[in-house]
Design a protein around this ligand. Structure first.
Ligand SMILES: NC(=O)c1ccc[n+]([C@@H]2O[C@H](COP(=O)([O-])OP(=O)(O)OC[C@H]3O[C@@H](n4cnc5c(N)ncnc54)[C@H](OP(=O)(O)O)[C@@H]3O)[C@@H](O)[C@H]2O)c1
Length: 284
């Protein structure tokens, strides 16, 4: 298990409105410990930067050591940031990573799960067993491993918040996305299932479903490691006419809903999905 600590603050900074003007939210402060699986990615790094600026201690994970290291350095704004190289499709690696966070900081208050890969977009008859296994094991089974490992620690304090990041692709069908969309749909149902099973321990489980913002989401068989796109994607030529807010989301647009669900403002919110898509999901 490779562990990476913050060596310097604010290099190649991931900046967003939450870093410029960090909100004060009940339940998120310097005592908080947040695990962000896929925290080295585009949305995850924006979330990590905001939480660090709010003083929370943040553990980010990903498969690429280079990418985790770069992100640890770029999202450290005060609250300590700790990097862990781990593949969520391995229960051994997930257990080791989560236990190392609990050993280091003595608690885990929240889990944000963004770890995911895309599918190849091949037609059904061409999809190989290895692709089905890889996408489901990363996007769905990994969420089970992460929740299981974190819930053990959260139960000790009878409090916790888990946010799984699904997708508009879990609700709306894009042709030939055989595994990505179904895995995301199942992820949302997993959140509902866990909200029932973990509620008695004070652990809330919710989902957000982002719209589409171009990032470096890796596809099946692509190697990990590309740095996340952190710039404003306003210039993207993809049409936005079907988005009521008339623009694609920025990565920081997804952070607010996550922070709300992590905070005590959402202390009676569990088992829900929040669309963060500029209204795209309601358009016929
Ligand atoms: N961007 C969008 O438009 C959009 C829309 C809807 C939903 N989403 C969802 O939002 C989440 C974040 O997406 P993003 O756009 O920020 O993509 P991203 O930049 O590629 O982030 C994905 C993260 O997951 C990690 N990851 C991938 N496979 C992993 C594995 N097996 N084990 C551990 N970590 C793994 C990646 O690091 P490594 O590659 O180094 O492992 C990276 O940190 C994903 O769940 C995605 O499905 C995104």
């Amino acid at each position: 298990m490779v562990q990476i600590g913050s060596e310097k603050n604010g290099v190649d900074m991931v900046t967003n409105d939450y870093v410029a003007k960090p909100p004060v939210l009940p339940g998120i402060d310097e005592t908080s410990v947040v695990v962000i699986a896929g925290g080295s990615g585009a949305i995850g790094s924006h979330c990590a930067a905001a939480l660090s600026k709010m003083g929370a201690r943040v553990a980010i994970t990903g498969r690429s050591q280079v990418r985790v290291k770069e992100c640890v350095q770029s999202v450290s704004y005060g609250g300590e940031v700790f990097g862990l190289v781990a593949d969520v499709s391995s229960s051994v690696q997930v257990d080791t990573a989560v236990n190392s966070v609990a050993d280091k900081w003595g608690r885990i208050d929240a889990l944000v799960n963004l770890a995911a890969i895309g599918d190849s977009g091949r037609h059904l008859e061409e999809v190989e067993d290895s692709e089905i296994a890889a996408v489901l094991n990363t996007n769905l089974v990994g969420a089970m491993y992460l929740a299981r490992a974190c819930a053990v620690v959260m139960k000790q304090h009878t409090k916790g918040s888990i946010v799984n990041v699904s997708s508009i692709g879990g609700h709306r069908v894009t042709p030939h996305r055989i595994t990505y969309g179904p895995a995301k749909a199942a992820l949302e149902h997993l959140s509902r299932q866990l909200s029932v099973d973990l509620g008695r321990y004070g652990i809330r489980v919710n989902t957000i479903s982002p719209g589409q913002t171009p990032s470096n989401l890796r596809r099946f068989n692509e190697s990990p490691g590309l740095p996340p796109i952190t710039s404003d994607p306003e210039g993207n030529p993809t049409p936005t006419r079907r988005i009521p807010l008339s623009r694609r989301g920025k990565f920081e647009d997804y952070v607010g809903a996550i922070l709300f669900l992590l905070s005590d403002l959402a202390s009676y919110v569990t088992g829900v999905n929040i669309w963060v898509d500029g209204g795209a999901s309601v358009v016929r």
